[in-house]
Design a protein around this ligand. Sequence first.
Ligand SMILES: Nc1ncnc2c1ncn2[C@@H]1O[C@H](COP(=O)(O)OP(=O)(O)OP(=O)(O)O)[C@@H](O)[C@H]1O
Ligand SMILES: [Mg+2]
Length: 616
Amino acid sequence: MSKRIGEILAVSGVYVTIEVDPSISDLHVRYSGKTYTIGQPGSYLIVDRGHDKHLILVTTIRKSRWSPSQNIEEISSQSVKEGLPKGNFPYLPKQPDLIDRTLIDGILVGTIIGQKFEVGVTHLPVVGDNVSIALRSHLSIALAPEKERSTISIGTFVDSTIPVHLDMDDLLGKHVAIVGTTGCGKSYTVARLLHEVIANYSGANVIVFDLHGEYRNCFSSCNHVRADQLSLPAWLHSFDSLFDLCADLSNQFNIHNQRWAFRDGIFKLKQRYCEEILKDSKLANNIDLDSPIPFNFQHLLNYLKNLNNETIDYSNDKPAYAVAGEHDLFKELIEYKAKEARKIAGGVLNGELDRLVLRVESRYKDPRYAFMFQYAEPKKGDLEELVRKVTGFVLESPLPITAYDLSYLPSETVGTVVATISRIIFQTHFLSKRRESVPTLIVYEEAHNYISHKGRGAYGDAREAAERIAKEGRKFGIGLFIVSQRPSELSETLISQCNTFLCMRLANSVDKNHVSSLLPDSMSNMIDILPILPRGHVLAVGQATKMPIRIAVTKIDNENHKPDSDDPPFGEKWKEEIGKRVIPDIAKICDKWIRSEKPDSEAKPDTKKKPSVSSK
Ligand SMILES: Nc1ncnc2c1ncn2[C@@H]1O[C@H](COP(=O)(O)OP(=O)(O)OP(=O)(O)O)[C@@H](O)[C@H]1O
Ligand SMILES: [Mg+2]
C-alpha cells in the first residue's frame, strides 16, 4: 500500500486542511509491514514535496458530507421542484447524492531537508500537494538532538520509541512550567528529569523546594535539608518582611512609631557589628538597612523594651535611670525611674511600643520561628557559611541537588523560608561573574501553595522573590521549574515568564483555559487533548522542544528513586478485616499534635545506591 493518505485542501498561514483519500475510509494505512492510524490529534503527517518535506502536527480530524456534483441549495431547490418531500428534511439532498469526506486540520511545525530538520517553513505547501504518513525515519530526523547543544531526555514520543530531546539551555535557562491535575505524574516527571541531570551533568546545581517531603529518599546525590532545622537568622531577611512579621499592622496610627523604633534598632545593631566585629567604621556609615549584617535579635528586643519604658528627666532632658551609671540600651534591660509630676516624664516612645514589644517577644519565643529568631551570637564569617550552605555551593563534596524539605515547617512560615532562600540564591548569582559561574535551577514544587497570585504577607514576599527570579534570573544564571496543579492560581508574572510548558492531564476548564491563553494560538486545538492524556504523558510545547510533541515519560525502574507520592490503595486496604487493619496510632498522633511535631520520615531502604535510569 502507498504511504500517501490524501492531499492539501487549504492552507492559511501555519494552518492546513488535508482531505483524506476516500479509499482510506477506515483511517488505517499499511505500509512496509506496519499499520499506521491516521489523523490522531498529536500525531504527525508529511507534505511530500520530494527533497523538502513539511512536517504537520495533527490537531483535529472531522468528517463532512458533501455532494460531488451540486451544492446543497441546488439539490434542495431541485427536490422542492420535484415535489418530493423527504421526511422531516425536505431541503436536504437525497442520500445517494452525498459522500463522506474526512478532513484533517493541522499546523505546520517544520521542514525536513535531507537529513536535517528546520523549525518553521520557508515555502508553504500548496493546495493539491500530496500528504503521506510520517515514518519513523522522518520522526527520527525531526526529533534528533541538535549537534553542539546540550540536551536532556525525559521520555519517548508516544507513538514510537524515539527519545525526545529537550534543549537544556532553553528548558532550564528560560524557565519551565509543568502543570496537571493531582496524580497525573508531575513529581514523577520532575524526578525523572533530575535523575537524568544527576546521571549526565555531574556539575549541576539544583535547589528543590519540596513541600510535602516527597523527594526525601528519591535521589542518591542529594543534600536533603529539613527546612525547620536550617537556620535562617532574622538579620538575613529584608527589613520589610521582618517588620511585617513582627509589627502590629492593625493599628494604622501607631505603625510609624513601631517602624521608626524597629528600623533604628536594627540599623544601630548592624552598625555596631561593623565597628566591633568587622572593625570597619567606613562600612558602618555606609550600610543599607537590608544589608545581610548579623545582629543579635535579643538585643533588638531589649532596645524596644527600653524605648517603651524610657523616662526622661525634665531638668536635664536626659534618660532618668532608677540605678545610676552607664547603660547599654541593647545589651541589658534597664530600669527607669517612675514618672513624677513636673520632674520625670515618659520618653518619646514611652508606652507607644506595647504591642510591638509583645509581638516581637512572642515571635522570639515561638518554637515555630526558632529557625529565624533563635541563633547564636553573630560572629565573623557567618554570612559566608550560610550562603554556601543555602545555595549548594559548598566547598567540600558538593552535591548536584539540594532539596529543602518544607514539610516539617508550620504552614505560616513556608512563605518566609521560600522567600529568604530564593533571595539569597538570586543575590549570589546577581553579584557573581555572569556566565562564568555555575547556573542554578530552582524547582518550586506545588508552587500554587506559596507563590499564588493572591499571596499576602510572607506569601507575598515569596511571590515577589520568585517573580524577581522569573523576570531577571535568566541573565544571572538562574532557571525556574514551576510545578503546579492549579496554574490559574499561580502568580501571573511567574507563569507568563515560562518559555516551555510541560502540560499533563488537565481537566479543570479554568486551568485549561489559563494554560491555553499562555500558549501560541495555533496550539489552542491541541489543548483539548489535555483532559484525556494518560498518567505519565506530557504535551511539551515551547522553546525547549523543536515542535509541540507528546512525550511518554520513561519509567523509573528503581522503586526507591520514585518520589514518595503513590496513590492510596483504597481497594486493597478496605478489603482487610476490621481486626487486621492498620489504623492510625491516635494516641501517638495526639501527642505529636500537642507538641507541634511533624510526621516521622518513612525512609525507604537502600537509598544510597546509584540511580538506575532505564529507557522504555
Ligand atoms: N510516567 C509514569 N510511569 C509510571 N508511574 C507514574 C508515572 N507518572 C506518575 N506515575 C505514578 O503516579 C502516581 C502519582 O504521580 P505523581 O506523584 O508524580 O503525581 P503529581 O502530578 O505530582 O500529583 P500531585 O499534584 O498530587 O503532587 C505515583 O504513584 C507515580 O508513581
Ligand atoms: Mg506532586
